[in-house]
Design a binder for this molecule. Structure first.
Ligand SMILES: [Fe+2]
Length: 247
């Protein structure tokens, strides 16, 4: 992620920013001091995501804010808050790719959330297949386990391929947040080194004039053609083919 050391805390400014938005009060299932801390975290993520969708803040600010928020609580508290054990037991692991569950925080039914919270489960050697995105951003916090994470800037896109530039290739584990931007680090690819879980924050519909709420472009990385300047031209591939080759 590109960072700006002079940037003031996005989260600290959130109260001012979100006074422009309507933030509903709600009830939830969280209880106890740790539960209230997680409820505050989820509410802040929601405010930040609402500010992004309302174009009050930039994607760069959203990414910085997510980093700030999700580094502020222990992963174990977050796992308690999302009822991790029950969810993980329910979804198991997929033979290829990932199994996922939408997380229900128990807020009242009238509350509209500005982001989609999900749990991803990825077994050893399985992957979140390489893909790029349009009209959405997301952030991914490993809760347990370890991954090899690769990310790429999106340079350009056409009907058949994406041109991308490598930005990240590192091992990550519990607490190592990553996120995507609209172009910066837009493509990602996670391969699990051991049974692993991530908490995911997904915000779609950034451009409400777009035909699609969001789009995903799966990539055939083995067929990537180097362009000689560090860029790669990578063919798009169907979900089924991508799962067979990379899942
Ligand atoms: Fe993604």
């Amino acid at each position: 992620m590109k960072s700006d050391v002079t940037r003031r805390s996005v989260v600290a400014q959130l109260g001012t920013l979100t006074s422009l938005l309507s933030v509903s009060s709600s009830t939830s299932a969280f209880a106890g001091p740790a539960g209230r801390e997680i409820e505050r975290l989820i509410s802040k993520i929601d405010e930040l995501s609402g500010a992004l969708r309302g174009t009050v803040i930039s994607v760069e600010d959203w990414r910085a804010g997510m980093e700030e928020l999700l580094s502020s609580v222990p992963e174990t508290d977050l796992m308690d808050g999302i009822d991790f054990e029950r969810l993980a037991a329910r979804i198991g692991f997929a033979d290829r790719g990932v199994s996922t569950a939408q997380i229900d925080f128990g807020f009242d039914e009238h509350r509209t959330m500005h982001f989609l919270p999900k749990l991803f489960a990825v077994d050893t050697g399985r992957s979140i297949i390489p893909h790029g995105h349009s009209n959405m951003v997301s952030a991914h916090l490993p809760l347990t386990g370890a991954f090899r994470l690769r990310q790429y800037d999106l340079v350009s896109r056409d009907e058949r391929s994406l041109t991308i530039q490598p930005t990240v290739d590192r091992m990550i584990q519990s607490g190592d947040l990553s996120s995507i931007g609209e172009d910066d680090d837009n493509v990602h690819w996670f391969i699990a080194e051991e049974p692993s879980y991530t908490f995911d924050v997904i915000v779609t519909g950034l451009d409400d004039t777009a035909v699609q709420t969001y789009e995903i472009f799966n990539l055939d990385m083995e067929a990537a053609e180097p362009k000689g300047n560090g860029w790669l031209n990578v063919p798009r591939i169907s979900v089924s083919d991508a799962l067979r080759k990379y899942g």
